[in-house]
Design a protein around this ligand. Sequence first.
Ligand code: MRU
Length: 308
Amino acid sequence: MVRDLVTLDQVIEAIRTLAVRGAPAIGVAAAIGLVVALDHDAAASGTVVRDRLPDAAARLIAARPTAVNLAWAVGRLLAVAATVSDHDLVAALRAEAEAIRAEDVAMCEAIGQYGLAIVPDGARVLTHCNAGALATAGIGTALAPVHLAHRIGRRVSVYADETRPLRQGARLTAWELQRAGIPVTVLPDGAAASLLRSGAVDLVIVGADRIAANGDVANKVGTYGVALAARAHGIPFYVAAPWSTVDPATASGGDIVIEHRHADELGELPAGTFVWNPAFDVTPRALVTGYLTDRGFIAPPFLSGSAV
Ligand code: MRU
């Protein structure tokens, strides 16, 4: 589905409601959306845009707290704004937003290239949520090696966790892989542990919303359980993410703000039922076999990175 977003409220609503979702895609959409929204008012001069920028940036960053890419992308625009005149402001912001988009495409491609080392011919990959093309401006992060392996003729297949409650695996990962001609099997989240025990999976690759300095990883809720089960059954568990997802300013997973979402997402429940609906969880560094990035395989501690 294609949506035209021209106002800041529309961009924020698209991010909040997950019309645009996935850490890198949120960052790219926020950067482009911020420029488009500020430039939308044709009467706005560079001076007016500069005046409106801090408030617009703060509102965008607050739309979803866990994915560091959002604050990182908006932060890049603010940094550029500080270096140019009012006259050049809109053009400079536009160029930076486009650079963020183009870099994301390149980062996905690089993740895929490095990731080919862990996706040999015949590989059977389990993934959680959607960290594919639908979560980035390019071919994805966790799914980038899968797309590239398929492109060069390797037989690769994917098990996609359904990903409760919003079903990103069933709706997005399955759609994306089917479209690419890559065999995909969707399973309910609760079946992942049994599947890992069955010997049907060679490796797990997931994306990330924020990687703390010590290597703890925030990703879609349910990832932690998959990591525990993978460890219990001796299956390698990889996290794939662009450098922009590494946040050295956050010391460990306990410092990551986890977004909690509305009870409605769990469907109809008896009146008065309490709901706990975190959108993400934290997988401790000890459960991660490797960190696959656009800079190759890296290891914590991460002392530099997106640094918002
Ligand atoms: O709530 P979502 O759909 O935005 O959550 C997305 C994820 O958790 C992804 O795994 C993560 O953002 C990495 S996307 C390349």
